[in-house]
Each structure stands twice: as structure tokens, then as C-alpha cells.
Design a protein around this ligand. Structure first.
Ligand SMILES: [Zn+2]
Length: 367
């Protein structure tokens, strides 16, 4: 199988002073990797090999107009480790600093989006952004997420004690903190009750793999946390334990919590999760989902890992176990194994009896 190269791989080669000619002609390239190859081909003099040396910086003046290289904007908030504000005056200054005010506005903006998508009702849902070793911005309790203003946002430490803000923090912040303590890459969490994904959580099932490429890359495997009372230490422990392996977690009989490197990233995972669950729900009504096969999924998992997102599947499963398409995983002790070596091959139809079995399981769960 030809190797997959991402922009990160090529940048690594360049950093090591290697030629991009070492990339095999039949290599698979992500779109950003392709851009880098094109750029280096352009900058290499005619007749020379594609060099790994970075392109020379354009002359400051008297030459052709500067062509700006596309830059991926980074929204992740990076604090200086060990430099959290401590005194009341320092905390106050920090809490109203321009960069924290901008983050509060982003939280309100995401609040509007989860509300307008119908992912939350009443005062449901909550949002957090980590802003220090021991500081996290969070949404307050008893507020509609669609109508928050920056002054509504509060700040807590990693034990959930409120350290700034006039409105009381949400009690569900503990679940977010459970994730952040377990996974340092989790800089933001979004929790909501989107109807389709919550229906899966209520039915006790997770959607199958090998059906749509994007969720496999950007979500990875969706986790499932057994029911605990929202906001309790038990719920935080249960969800936190899953955070290293899953960026999107269905909380049984409750809703969904997703984490990301920034608040928009965490929100995207919420959107991806609900859209995925909606598509699977509809496909089950029109003949059942059809898999593209585990060999293709392997490529997608590799791409996900190269993008720096966690995924344990290739380390723990055989290729034949990767694909569980059509087998909606029922998360009960009686449900048995989540995957099977007898998974359907690419393009095969899910057996009618299997669809019936799944439907029966879901109907039985619904009582
Ligand atoms: Zn909730």
C-alpha cells in the first residue's frame, strides 16, 4: 500500500534537510502536503531536483509582488506554565485582560451556535476553555447558551472552585475538568444534548465505523460513558477516563461531551457527532448502512494520527476488527463484542437479519 504523507511529514523532511525527492512518486498526499510539493517544485531552478531547502524569502523591495503563503490560523490558547495569576488583584486583571475578554466572546459565539442548531434546550449545555495550569473559563448555571454576554462567563480552578465572575458556575463543569485533568491536549470542552446523538446515548448505542470518512478522521471512535448523575465526581471520573481515547463521548441517558484544542474545535466535534448519528439513523430506515471496509478505515486512522489526534484502534485491533459497520454497538454487558472479524466487506449490504436484530435491541432498550 502506498504511504500517506501529510504536510507535517514533509515539513519534517525539510527540517531534517532531506530532499522531497525521497517522497515516492506513488505516495498519497493530503491537500496541504500537495501544496508544499507544488511550492517546492516552483522554487527549484529548472532541471534541478526538488530541494528540501526552504524557499528563499522574497526580496523586500524592487522585486515582484510578495505572494503570501497560506497560513492555517491557530485559535488554541497557550498560557505560560507556572505563571497563573494568584492574588485577587492579579486574577481580576487577568480575567478582564483583552485576550481573556476575546475568549469570553468566542464562548458566547459558540453558545449561540449550539442553541441555534437546537443542540441545547432551556438552560442545557455548557462550555469551558482552559486558560492556565489551574484556571478554566466556564459558562454559568441557569442560562440559555444562545443569549450569553461576556460578563456572564466565570472562571474556576481545576477543582471547580469559582475564582472570578459574578454568576455562579455550572455544576457540570466538573465533568469538563475530569477531561482536562486526564488529557492535557483538551483545552476546551463543549457539552450539549443534540437530539440524534442524545437518542443514541439514551438507547445505549454508539454509531458504527467504516461508514463516512470525515467522522473517522475528525472524531475518531466515539466513546460511551455509563450513566452517572450529571456534575458528580463519579460522572467526572467516568468521562475523564475515556478522554484519552475519545474526543467525543456519549453520556448514557444524558447527552454528549466533546473536547478539542480550542472552543471551535470542540464545537465542531459536537456537530460532527450529531450529523453522524443523524445520518446513521436515517440510513437504518432506508435499507441499512453499507460499509467501505477496514482497509480504507486504516488509511483514515493513520491520517487522524498524523494530524495529532488520539486514536488507539490501530494499536489494539486487528485490521479485520476495525470495521463494525452495520453493527450498532449496544453498550450493555449483554451486548457482547463491539466488533467482529466477520465484518462485511467493502460495498456489501448489511444483512437484513442484522438490521432487524439491531432494531429489536434498540426497541427492547426503549421498553
Ligand atoms: Zn447535560
Amino acid at each position: 500500500m502506498s504511504k500517506l504523507y501529510t504536510a507535517k511529514d514533509l515539513e519534517q523532511l525539510i527540517k531534517q534537510g532531506q530532499s522531497l525527492c525521497s517522497v515516492p512518486a506513488d505516495a498519497k498526499l493530503t491537500p496541504m502536503a500537495r501544496d508544499i510539493m507544488r511550492k517546492h517544485k516552483r522554487s527549484a531552478p529548472a532541471g534541478t531536483a526538488v530541494s528540501a531547502a526552504p524557499a528563499a524569502a522574497p526580496a523586500a523591495s524592487g522585486s515582484s509582488p510578495r505572494i503570501h503563503e497560506p497560513v492555517l490560523p491557530r485559535a488554541e490558547y497557550n498560557w505560560k506554565p507556572g505563571a497563573d495569576p494568584k492574588t485577587a488583584a492579579e486574577l481580576e486583571r487577568f480575567f478582564f485582560s483583552p485576550e481573556i475578554q476575546a475568549l469570553k466572546e468566542r464562548i458566547c459565539h459558540i453558545g449561540k451556535r449550539i442553541w441555534s442548531k437546537g443542540y441545547v434546550d432551556g438552560n442545557g449545555g455548557n462550555i469551558t476553555v482552559r486558560v492556565g495550569d489551574n484556571l478554566v473559563l466556564c459558562t454559568p448555571t441557569l442560562i440559555s447558551k444562545g443569549f450569553m454576554v461576556p460578563d456572564d462567563i466565570c472562571m474556576v480552578d481545576l477543582d471547580g472552585n469559582q475564582v472570578a465572575g459574578t454568576r455562579p458556575r455550572t455544576s457540570e463543569v466538573n465533568t469538563h475538568l475530569g477531561i482536562m485533568k486526564a488529557e492535557p491536549k483538551a483545552k476546551s470542552c463543549v457539552h450539549a444534548h443534540p437530539v440524534y446523538a442524545t437518542a443514541f446515548a439514551v438507547a445505549g448505542v454508539t454509531p458504527p465505523s467504516c461508514l463516512i470518512p470525515e467522522p473517522e478522521v475528525f472524531l475518531g471512535e466515539i466513546g460511551f460513558a455509563s450513566y452517572q448523575t450529571p456534575g458528580t465526581p463519579e460522572n467526572a471520573r467516568e468521562v475523564g477516563a475515556l478522554a484519552k481515547r475519545h474526543q467525543s463521548i456519549l453520556m448514557q441517558n444524558h447527552g454528549v461531551i466533546c473536547w478539542g484544542t480550542d472552543v471551535e474545535d470542540a464545537y465542531w466535534k459536537m456537530e460532527n457527532t450529531d450529523a453522524f448519528c443523524q445520518t446513521v439513523s436515517i440510513s437504518m430506515q432506508i435499507g441499512g448502512p453499507k460499509a467501505y471496509g477496514p482497509d480504507k478505515l486504516k488509511d483514515l486512522i493513520l491520517l487522524r494520527k498524523k494530524l495529532g489526534m488520539p486514536d488507539h484502534r490501530l494499536d489494539e485491533l486487528k485490521e479485520c476488527e476495525l470495521c463494525d459497520a452495520g453493527e450498532v454497538t449496544v453498550n450493555t454487558q449483554a451486548a457482547g463484542s463491539a466488533c467482529s472479524c466477520a465484518a462485511p466487506a467493502a460495498g456489501t449490504s448489511v444483512d437484513e437479519a442484522l438490521v432487524k436484530k439491531i432494531t429489536d435491541q434498540i426497541m427492547a432498550k426503549l421498553g
